[in-house]
Structures are given as structure tokens and as C-alpha cells.
Write a protein of this length. Structure first.
Length: 165
């Protein structure tokens, strides 16, 4: 298969760097916090209400889902910041692929904490570099075990990623 070099789409910067204006990238976050305590005892979709950027317009705020536009390797990052975690034995912030927590071969990608009691602010965060296929969907879910009154904070809750190549 012959490759195509689109020189007109590659631009150099004044300091000699290279810009790739069509490389997919996104950063979605919570601008607002939950207004009341929630029960996250089951896996619950984390909603995002604002985009800092979304090159390619592939992050849907109405579903809090990123749809992969191009097959390739992606760098992904997510964090969920909680308040009022007072009696939980664990919490997870999981990355779902195509609506499922398990990515195959028992791969379950999450940030977790054991015994996160304390009642103050707690953040679960991680990152991963993964191979994805065009039209895969990604979303973040939270689960807080044995604590029925927590809140997702706006400050510090985000989901981001970009195509590495």
C-alpha cells in the first residue's frame, strides 16, 4: 500500500517545531460539582459539561463519550475528584471501552483506592497508552463501595486524550 504525505497539512513553527492541525485530541471536564450527595454504589457514568478543546469534535458532552475517529495508539488520562467519602472500602474511576469495563484478556483499566475514608476530597486518577480502532467509544465511570453519600467535584474531574500515532 502506498503512503500519502500531505505536506500542505504540516506546518512549522517559528522555533522549528512541527504542528499537526488534524491530530485528534480532547480535554473534557466538570465545570460544576454535584449539588447534592449521590449514591455511586454501582458503576455510574461520570458526566462532563465543558470542553477545553476537542480537535475533530469527537467528544459528545450530551453522552460524555469520546468516539475514536482514527485507528491508532492513544494516550488517555482521567481523574474523578470526590467529596464526602466517609465510609467507603474502595472507589474506582474506570475507563469503559464500547460500553464495557473489561477490555478483553481480563484487562480492566481503572484508578482505585482502598479504604479511602476521611470525608475530605479524594481523587482517583490514572493514564494509559492503548491501541484503539476507529468508532470505538470511551467513557469514564465511578464506583464507590459502601458509601451512599458522595459528590463528584467539578474542580479536578476530567477526561483527556490524543492520538499518538
Amino acid at each position: 500500500m502506498a503512503s500519502v504525505l500531505k505536506v500542505d497539512e504540516i506546518k512549522s513553527t517559528s522555533d522549528g517545531g512541527v504542528l499537526f492541525p488534524t491530530r485528534p485530541s480532547f480535554f473534557a471536564y466538570r465545570a460544576t460539582s454535584d449539588s447534592s450527595d449521590q449514591n455511586f454504589g454501582t458503576n455510574t457514568l461520570v458526566t462532563f459539561d465543558t470542553k477545553q478543546h476537542d480537535i475533530g469534535d469527537n467528544f459528545d458532552l450530551s453522552t460524555s463519550t469520546y468516539t475514536v475517529p482514527v485507528s491508532g495508539v492513544y494516550q488517555l488520562n482521567w481523574q474523578v475528584r470526590l467529596q464526602s467519602v466517609t465510609s467507603a472500602t474502595y472507589l474506582f474511576a474506570s475507563l469503559y471501552l464500547n460500553g464495557a469495563a473489561h477490555w478483553g484478556n481480563n484487562l480492566y483499566m481503572y484508578a482505585g483506592m482502598e479504604d479511602p475514608q476521611g470525608g475530605d476530597y479524594i481523587s482517583a486518577s490514572t493514564s494509559a497508552t492503548v491501541q484503539l480502532t476507529a468508532n470505538d467509544t470511551l467513557s469514564v465511570y465511578i464506583r464507590v463501595n459502601l458509601d451512599t453519600a458522595s459528590r463528584i467535584e467539578g474542580a479536578g474531574t476530567f477526561f483527556s486524550g490524543y492520538l499518538v500515532g
